[in-house]
Design a protein around this ligand. Sequence first.
Ligand code: SUG
Length: 445
Amino acid sequence: MATVEANFDGLVGPTHNYAGLSRGNEASIRHSGEQANPKAAALQGLEKMKALWELGFVQGVFPPQERPDMVTLRRLGFNGSDARVLSDAARQAPAVLAACCSASSMWTANAATVSPSADCTDGKVHFTPANLVSKFHRSLEHEVTGKILKATFNNPDFFVHHRALPASDCFGDEGAANHTRFCYGYGEPGVTLFVYGKESFNPRPTSRKYPARQSLEASQAIARSHQLNTNNVVYAQQNPEVIDQGVFHNDVIAVGNRNLLFCHARAFTHQTAVYQTLQKALGTRALHIVEVTEQQVSVTQAVNSYLFNSQLLTLKNDRTLIVVPSECREEPAVWSCLQNLLADKGCPITDLKVLNLRQSMHNGGGPACLRLRVVLSDQELAATNPHCLINETRLETLGQWINKHYRDRLSSEDLADPMLLNDSRTALDELTNILQLGSVYSFQN
Ligand code: SUG
């Protein structure tokens, strides 16, 4: 029985814009107010899916959410026609309107935590949508995320869908961005590493300047409901100092694949102990650690380039590919670090792919943010909605769909345009047909 790691990438939504909504995420603040290009953003994301599919990986697609989020705007007291709701919100509460228009669901690493069947006592794949309570604009995602996950993995013989954790900061959950699974083969039981930024019920020193988003208690709750074996679960605290330097998720400073961990030397508190605990949990076979020191690449350079927000992928010939954003080429220390790793015969990272994801990067989302990893056996893959998987026809259809519906310019003044709402609904309605998801959006009911 073959088992693969499929990557489900978020399709960028038609309202992609730069609203500066994420304090603690340096790129989001730096590019706040700039004009965005939703069409280019969506095409860049599609190119990424194409590139990985062409390399032979199983590549899935995750649709965007309905934005502007009219249900939330009405819940917040705006009423009348849709046009009236939008214009009142733009006048009275532009920041609320911007939050309700964010295309942030594109970063599917934050959509959910997924545990493969090999790790769960009941032998099924478990999904928990992330509540994302740390940021208002992202807290609006989990309900529809849950619907999309159910429509994509729609077979109770193989898939278990949990509700998001309670919507409290005590259980702040940012999904797979703080979750890494180590294993030898994808189908074998693995070790789950949960990285948290704070302990809600046992406060210890945490970040000061920027909020820590993930709580230990959230990760523990997920480990319980996913029925993970406690011997195979490791919890590590993120270094609070790096959160204050813009590392708002662990995947901005560390990435793992199979028995390889690629990270910065300042990623975790008690970093050596974390390595030892992971190695112990993995048993007799070695955990490869590729650690980059502050002298080689500073945390600031890592945050600017998103070196660690890369994807590590096992190629068919068992070599390991690293997929990085083009910003890595522009930061000399990072580029030379990558060249040194590739030249080092003892380094498990052997191949490199550079992608242009500029539109997403300007909001703090690199290659790893854009994908949700779902490990699937061949039976589970066969039970997955096939219309959500990338193939040549789907790539062509989605490319045409983007070119037909997306604008190539979007600024904050455009968010109240009722035509943007209508165009987005038309596009999403068509998309649910392409992906055969049924009615997942409120405007469809
Ligand atoms: O949650 N940016 C996202 C970026 C998420 C990146 N994901 C991972 N690291 N896995 C965030 O901060 C910015 C939106 C704006 O400012 O318009 C935003 O939400």
